[in-house]
Design a protein around this ligand. Structure first.
Ligand SMILES: Cc1cc2nc3c(=O)[nH]c(=O)nc-3n(C[C@H](O)[C@H](O)[C@H](O)COP(=O)(O)OP(=O)(O)OC[C@H]3O[C@@H](n4cnc5c(N)ncnc54)[C@H](O)[C@@H]3O)c2cc1C
Length: 381
């Protein structure tokens, strides 16, 4: 029976074992050199430009993009393997994360040739970092209600408005900003556009919003009469809604949606070994089984992306199940830890950080309620 949820089988290319071994060897040598300490949620929290540049130098950024723009012309499945190894190791991948996952791809799909040549190679080298300028104080789930407005002036656009929860904006170079270029908010999807804002432009104010841990990842970005030249409009003026929704399969389906707490699980299994409390062992087994099934789903979405389709419904499913799993890891491990498995310092640190980061897992990139709505609609309900 044909279903909207059907996905192609993911057959990993023959290159994968070699590639995986290469990434593992790299990560081991980085850790031996002490360049990073494995963490949780490192695609948000692990901002390390030097590490990103080393990944770029090895061809592990922009992996699927054409060579002429600095890419590697490899498959989405090969990229998947590199990314899952980096995340599973708790490596610091936040600097390049958004640019590599979605901004570069968006410029490739919708940008002009000049934009591609100018903007994509620095991303592939790990030198150019991008933020997502979608959410606003009164627009999150209902993204089409954004009120940031751009008015056409000679040679470009004047942009006014406020973006919020903008991860990494204080350390990024550009922000793809969803804004209204015509019409009123009541027109919903009509009249939205994407402008690539240079975050060092006059009129851009970036204010920190601190996490429960005291860390600074989020921001409020105030755009006060910011000039954006015509050649930094991404795609079609008025085509912002179609463009932004086409990024979603990339944004929602990847291993970062179920591996944010992987280092906690790894450390939990490691300290369990000598203790072998049957309940804790059962917990570990159950979590690993869950992880393996979600990974299969995510891999199959990557195979569909490789085949040129946009599996938004299936991607929503990966994110909904995956981010719930990330939270379940914390809860299960926390309960088990109460039975005496929490003596190890690194474990305790990972658990504390995971608990503090957890509230964001099911919110960022679309809340679980919204994702369930997308799946239900996709199923024709
Ligand atoms: C860690 C983190 C990083 C983020 N990074 C970025 C970023 O870099 N750039 C960016 O633009 N945004 C970012 N966000 C913002 C994120 O995309 C929004 O928080 C999210 O889309 C929800 O929007 P909101 O916070 O306005 O909540 P709201 O949309 O106000 O929702 C509030 C509650 O109501 C529920 N709800 C809303 N509408 C419906 C509905 N139709 N049916 C059922 N329930 C509904 C929601 O599920 C939620 O529980 C980030 C958020 C987090 C937590």
């Amino acid at each position: 029976m044909q279903s909207v949820l059907d996905l192609p089988l993911a057959v990993l290319p023959e290159t994968v074992p070699g590639l995986r071994a290469e990434v593992r060897a790299f990560l081991q040598s980085e850790q031996q050199e002490g360049t990073f300490r494995p963490g949780v949620d490192t695609w948000l929290a692990g901002f390390n430009p030097e590490f990103s540049k080393r990944l770029g130098a090895r061809g592990w950024l922009g992996m699927t993009w054409p060579r002429q723009y600095g890419g590697g012309e490899r498959s989405a499945l090969e990229r998947f393997v590199v990314v899952e190894e980096l995340l599973a190791a708790g490596a610091p991948v936040a600097a390049h994360w958004v640019a590599d996952r979605q901004s570069g791809g968006a410029v490739l799909r919708f940008g002009t040739e000049k934009q591609r040549r100018g903007l994509i190679p620095p991303i592939a080298r790990g030198e150019s970092y991008w933020a997502i300028g979608m959410s606003e104080p009164d627009s999150g789930s209902d993204l089409a209600s954004v009120r940031t407005k751009a008015v056409q002036v000679e040679g470009g656009w004047r942009l006014n408005g406020t973006k919020v929860w903008t991860s990494g904006a204080h350390s990024c170079h550009f922000m793809i900003t969803l804004c209204r270029t015509s019409g009123a908010t009541s027109d919903r999807h009509v009249g939205l556009s994407q402008l690539m804002v240079d975050l060092s432009s006059p009129g851009v104010q970036i204010r920190p919003i601190y996490l429960l841990t005291g860390e600074h990842h989020f921001n409020e970005v105030v755009l006060d009469d910011v000039f954006v030249p015509d050649d930094m409009v991404l795609g079609r003026v008025g085509g912002g809604w179609e463009q932004v929704t086409s990024e979603l399969a990339f944004e929602r389906s990847g291993p970062e949606r179920f591996l944010s707490t992987m280092q906690l699980l790894v450390e939990f299994v490691r300290i369990l070994e000598p203790c072998s409390d049957p309940r804790s062992l059962a917990t570990a087994g159950q979590l690993v089984a869950q992880l393996w099934s979600i990974r299969q789903l995510s891999l199959r979405v990557a195979a569909a992306l490789d085949g040129g389709s946009t599996p938004n419904v299936q991607a929503a499913l990966v994110k909904e199940i995956g981010t719930r799993f990330e939270g379940e890891v914390i809860e299960a491990v926390r309960k088990a830890a109460l039975h005496g498995a929490d003596e190890h310092g690194a474990f305790r640190q990972l658990l504390t950080n995971a608990v503090m980061h957890a509230p964001g897992f099911t919110l960022r990139g679309g809340t679980n309620e919204i994702l369930r709505g997308i799946v239900a609609k996709g199923l024709g309900l």
